[in-house]
Design a protein around this ligand. Structure first.
Ligand code: SF4
Length: 342
């Protein structure tokens, strides 16, 4: 792939020409590119790479082929298909938005950024990406990949999380977005950020917009976009109870809808269940460390066989075999633990 595009050609034309030859045209949500499929893919792609999303997307669409199927599903089923993708608020918002679209929009997707942006889990850039890709309407986007391309191409200083910097990037996004070919342009700029203009090793010699890229001209590709100011990430420790019964089942609780792992099934936090009496202590597994975006958690475990008769099961407290739990929506480190306990 080489490119000698001149700067006399508009940014968008150079990008579209490159994308026609080198872009991704066979992503599962591109065929057919319906609003529902585009929406699901855009939500899955937030914070997650295309390669990690495609299998999840196929499974999700096979189970919930349309809005109606998603809106009438139980949240547990939605979370179980999301299990392992992380950022579970996305799945809860997807489910909530599906219900709103059925109840208030007659099952039709609105085609304005403002209306889409008002739905749960759809920010400004995602709303624009849906408008552009599903309806081919002009709508500038600014996701992580696009921020990187624009911060470099226009040499915009400062961490994009700051409002001042984000506003400058939105201006650049707006100036460059063409009136026509909105869907293809949106995919093209996302693809450029995900491929040639990568975070650590940009391939500038092949880039269709290299001629006027200020970061390349100034040899500052590795400084831009400006990284987030460093903060030490806090560490937390939480102990969990692995409680077994005579039938080799494990006890799990459903976590509250908000907070970490909201709505997922999880081991009870140590000591949180009253009326549980251990009849035998078992060897505890090694602690597991898990990184969230804003803190690190060390999960420690107590392991015991318990007298289960005093416990009353309900929607949020259940016994299941390990295999049974592995089919439910459970957090990634707990899944890892159960696979090792099997
Ligand atoms: S020339 Fe390099 S830094 Fe500039 S947009 Fe292209 S790949 Fe990114």
């Amino acid at each position: 792939m080489t490119s000698n595009k001149s700067i006399t050609e508009p940014f968008a034309d150079r990008l579209l020409d490159w994308w026609a030859k080198h872009g991704r045209h066979d992503l599962p949500w591109q065929q057919p590119r319906t609003p529902y499929r585009v929406w699901v893919s855009e939500i899955m792609l937030q914070q997650t790479r295309v390669e990690a999303v495609t299998d999840y997307f196929e499974r999700f669409i096979n189970t919930f082929p349309d809005l109606q199927a998603l809106a009438t599903a139980e949240i547990d089923q939605v979370l179980s298909l999301w299990s392992g993708l992380g950022y579970y608020a996305r799945a809860r918002n997807l489910h909530a938005a599906a219900r709103i679209l059925i109840d208030e929009f007659d099952g039709q997707f609105p085609n304005t950024v403002e209306q889409l942006n008002a739905l749960p889990g759809i920010g400004r850039s995602t709303a624009a990406a849906i408008c552009a890709q599903a309806f081919d309407l002009r709508a500038p986007i600014l996701d992580g990949n696009v921020k990187r391309v624009l911060a470099r191409h226009a040499a915009i200083e400062g961490w994009p999380g700051q409002t001042r910097v984000a506003n400058r990037l939105w201006e650049e996004a707006d100036i460059r977005t063409p009136e026509e070919h909105a869907a293809d342009y949106t995919q093209a700029i996302m693809d450029l950020g995900a491929s040639l203009c990568s975070r650590s090793r940009p391939s500038c010699s092949s880039c269709p917009v290299k001629a006027d890229c200020q970061a390349r001209i100034q040899q500052r590709q590795h400084e831009l976009p400006t990284p987030k100011p460093r903060k030490t990430i806090p560490e937390r420790i939480q102990a969990f109870d692995i409680l077994r019964n005579e039938a080799h089942q494990l006890l799990m609780v459903r976590r509250p809808p908000s907070g970490i792992w909201g709505g997922l099934w999880c081991l009870p936090e140590a000591g949180s269940l009253e009326s549980v009496s251990a009849v035998q202590s078992l060897a505890a597994p090694e602690p597991i460390r898990h990184a969230f975006s804003h803190f690190r958690l060390e999960l420690q475990f107590h392991h015991s066989l318990i007298e289960a008769e005093d416990l009353v099961m309900n929607r949020n407290l259940q016994w299941r075999s390990i295999e049974g739990w592995l089919n439910q929506g459970i957090p990634r480190p707990i899944r890892h633990l159960l696979e090792n306990l099997q």
